[in-house]
Design a protein. Structure first.
Length: 557
C-alpha cells in the first residue's frame, strides 16, 4: 500500500504497508476495481471470482455443479422486457424498507406460473432454486419464501386496473392491435377446501365437471386475435346472462365508449341484455337460442345458401322488425356429429324402455315408480327424448308401458341437424362477415384452455378472497406473456402457437463449471449451455440472443 506526496523533484510514492504476495486472480480483481469495474462488487468473495487470464487446470477433476433450468425463465423475462412490465411494476410499487422489492417478487410469481405452475410454498421450497431466476432477477434463493410470495400477491392486486390499461396500450403499440371487435365469454374454476372465508366461493354450474366443489366465475374479454383486454371475477353461482351488463359498462368506463362490436354466445342472450346493448347504439353479434330455428323452417328448406368454406354454408335472413339480422349457419361436420348423437341416445332410450317393459311384465310395479324411471331415462338422454311418446297405464294391478316414435320430431331433427342461428344489429355486413366475426369466440375459449392447462389456474388452493383474486391476476399476466410470445412467433413465421417454441427453448440449462488449478485455487464459472441447432434457429428467428456471461450471485445475508 503506497501513498503519493509532493517533493521538490515532483510527486513521489512511498510504501505505507506491505500486504504480502497476491495471487494473479486477486491482482486482476484489484486492477478492475481500481479501473471502475464494479460488476463484481455485490459478491462476497470478490477476488476469488476474478479469474486469471491464464491458469494451469487439473483436467481430471473438472466438475459441473448446480444444473438449473434457464431457457424458460429467461425467455419469459425477455417478453416481460418487451412489454415493459418490470419497469411499470417498479413505478407503481416503489421500493420501501423491504429487503426485496415487491416488483421483483411479483415477477418471480409470474415467471413461475409461466414455467412450472405451482403453489407459492412449492415455489419457495423447491422450484425457485432449480431455475436461473435468482441469477436473472438478482434475488438470492434464501430471500424467497412463501410468506414473502403471499405478501407480494397482496401488494400486486391493487394495481389490477392500472396493469390492464398499461398492457392494452403496450400490446397495441407492439402489434398494431385493433379493439373494434371484443369477444366475451365466461368460465369457472374450482377450489380445494371449504373456502368459508371467501364470499365469492359458491356452488354453481361447473365447466370443470366438479359440482361437488365451490367455485368462482371468470369473465374474460379478448380481441379478435385473442389478445387479452381485461377480466373480472364473479361469484361462483352467478349465471352468465347476469354478467354481461357489468362487463360492458366496465370496459367502457376504462377505455371509453367507442364504436365496438361485442361478440358473445347464446348463454349471454336475454331480452333485457339485448335492450341494454341497443340503448347506446352498441353493435353486437350474438348466438341465438336453438329454439328460434323453428321460426326459420321455411328458410332452411329453401335455397340461397352461400358456401364460405368447405362444409360451411350461411344464409342471411332479416328480422321481422328490420332492426336485426339473423344468420342461418349450416355445418356438415356438425351435422354428422349431431346425427351420431341422436342415434346413440335413441338406442339408449329404446334399450331402457324395453327393460322397463320387461320388468313390468315379470313383476308388479306401481305406476308412479315406472313413471319416475322413465323420467330419469329421458332426462339422461334428453337429445332424443322428443322422439318418443311414452304412455304409462295400469292393467290388473300392474303398470303397463307403451311407446311409439314421433316421426314429425325425426323430420325436424333431420332438417335442423348441423344448423345454428346468429343474430346481429349490424345490417350492412354480409352473412360471411358476420359469421367470421362470431367464430372468433374460439379465441376466448382457447384462452380459457391455456389458463386451465398450461397455466394450471385450477384448482385454487387459496381461501381468502383477495388472495384468490391475486392468484387469478398472476395467471392473467402469465397468459399475456404467452399470447405476446405467440404474436412474436407469428411475426417470425413460426406459427401463432408458442407451446412448442417455449418447450424447446425451456430445455436450455445453466451450470456452474468448477476448474481446479495447479495452485490449489478453484475457478468457478457460471455458464449457459450452448443452444442446439434447432434452438439456435428459433432464437435467430425471434431476434433473441442468449447472454454470454451470467453474473454469479452470492447469497449475501
Amino acid at each position: 500500500m503506497v501513498e503519493s506526496h509532493r517533493t521538490q523533484r515532483g510527486p513521489r510514492q512511498r510504501v505505507v504497508a506491505y500486504l504480502g504476495d497476491l495471487e494473479e486472480g486477486s491482482r486482476l480483481g484489484l486492477r478492475e476495481t481500481a479501473g471502475g469495474n464494479t460488476e463484481h462488487l455485490h459478491q462476497r468473495n470478490l477476488f476469488n471470482d476474478v479469474a486469471p487470464r491464464w491458469a494451469e487446470v487439473d483436467t481430471e477433476h473438472i466438475r459441473v455443479e448446480r444444473t438449473r433450468s434457464f431457457g424458460g425463465a429467461w425467455l419469459g423475462l425477455e417478453v416481460l422486457k418487451k412489454l415493459e412490465l418490470v419497469r411499470f411494476l417498479e413505478g407503481v410499487m416503489p421500493q420501501g424498507r423491504e429487503e426485496v422489492p415487491w416488483a421483483m417478487m411479483c415477477v418471480v410469481l409470474v415467471l413461475s406460473r409461466l414455467c412450472d405452475p405451482s403453489s407459492e410454498m412449492r415455489i419457495a421450497e423447491h422450484l425457485y432454486e432449480r431455475t436461473a431466476m435468482g441469477d436473472l432477477l438478482g434475488v438470492p434463493v434464501d430471500r424467497v419464501n412463501d410468506d414473502r410470495l403471499y405478501r407480494a400477491l397482496d401488494a400486486l392486486l391493487p394495481h389490477k386496473s392500472a396493469l390492464e390499461c398499461r398492457l392494452k396500450e403496450r400490446l397495441g403499440d407492439l402489434f398494431d392491435l385493433e379493439y373494434d371487435l371484443l369477444l366475451y365469454d365466461v368460465t369457472s374454476t374450482y377450489f380445494e377446501g371449504e373456502s368459508a372465508r371467501n364470499p365469492q366461493a359458491a356452488r354453481g354450474y361447473s365447466r370443470d365437471h366438479r359440482p361437488d366443489c365451490k367455485q368462482v366465475c371468470i369473465a374474460l374479454v379478448v380481441t379478435k386475435g385473442g389478445m387479452p383486454l381485461g377480466y373480472e371475477v364473479f361469484d361462483g353461482n352467478r349465471t352468465d346472462v347476469t354478467t354481461m351488463e357489468e362487463i360492458v359498462e366496465g370496459i367502457e368506463a376504462k377505455y371509453g365508449v367507442a364504436d365496438r362490436i361485442w361478440v358473445m354466445d347464446r348463454g349471454m342472450v336475454s331480452h333485457d341484455n339485448i335492450q341494454f346493448l341497443k340503448e347506446k347504439g352498441r353493435r353486437y353479434v350474438l348466438g341465438a337460442a336453438r329454439s328460434q330455428l323453428r321460426h326459420f323452417e321455411r328458410a332452411l328448406l329453401e335455397g340461397g345458401w352461400t358456401t364460405i368454406r368447405e362444409g360451411v354454408e350461411v344464409k342471411l335472413c332479416h328480422g321481422p322488425d328490420g332492426q336485426e339480422t339473423f344468420i342461418l349457419c349450416r355445418s356438415a361436420q356438425r351435422k354428422e356429429k349431431e346425427k351420431a348423437m341422436h342415434r346413440r341416445f335413441e338406442r339408449r332410450i329404446e334399450a331402457g324402455l324395453e327393460q322397463i317393459c320387461s320388468a313390468c311384465q315379470r313383476y308388479t310395479r306401481a305406476v308412479s315408480v315406472i313413471e319416475r324411471r322413465i323420467g330419469r331415462l329421458l332426462g339422461q338422454n334428453s337429445r332424443a327424448a322428443g322422439l318418443f311418446r311414452v304412455v304409462v297405464g295400469e292393467r290388473d294391478g300392474r303398470a303397463e308401458v307403451s311407446w311409439s316414435k314421433v316421426e314429425a320430431w325425426r323430420e325436424w331433427s333431420a332438417l335442423s341437424e348441423g344448423c345454428y342461428l346468429l343474430r346481429s344489429n349490424i345490417t350492412d355486413w354480409s352473412a360471411e362477415e358476420l359469421w367470421r366475426a362470431y367464430v372468433q369466440l374460439t379465441e376466448a375459449e382457447a384462452a380459457f384452455r391455456i389458463h386451465k392447462s398450461d397455466l394450471a389456474i385450477r384448482p385454487i388452493w387459496h381461501q381468502l378472497q383477495e388472495r384468490v383474486q391475486a392468484h387469478i391476476l398472476v395467471c392473467f399476466l402469465a397468459f399475456v406473456i404467452w399470447k405476446t410470445l405467440g404474436q412474436m412467433c407469428a411475426r417470425a413465421g413460426l406459427g401463432d402457437e408458442p407451446r412448442r417454441v417455449f418447450d424447446e427453448l425451456a430445455q436450455i440449462q445453466m451450470v456452474d463449471v468448477v476448474l481446479p488449478t495447479r495452485s490449489g485455487v478453484e475457478l468457478r464459472r457460471r455458464c449457459v449451455a450452448q443452444p442446439t441447432r434447432h434452438q439456435a434457429i428459433l432464437l435467430a428467428r425471434l431476434g433473441l440472443a442468449l447472454p454470454t456471461n451470467v453474473k454469479m450471485l452470492q447469497n449475501v445475508v
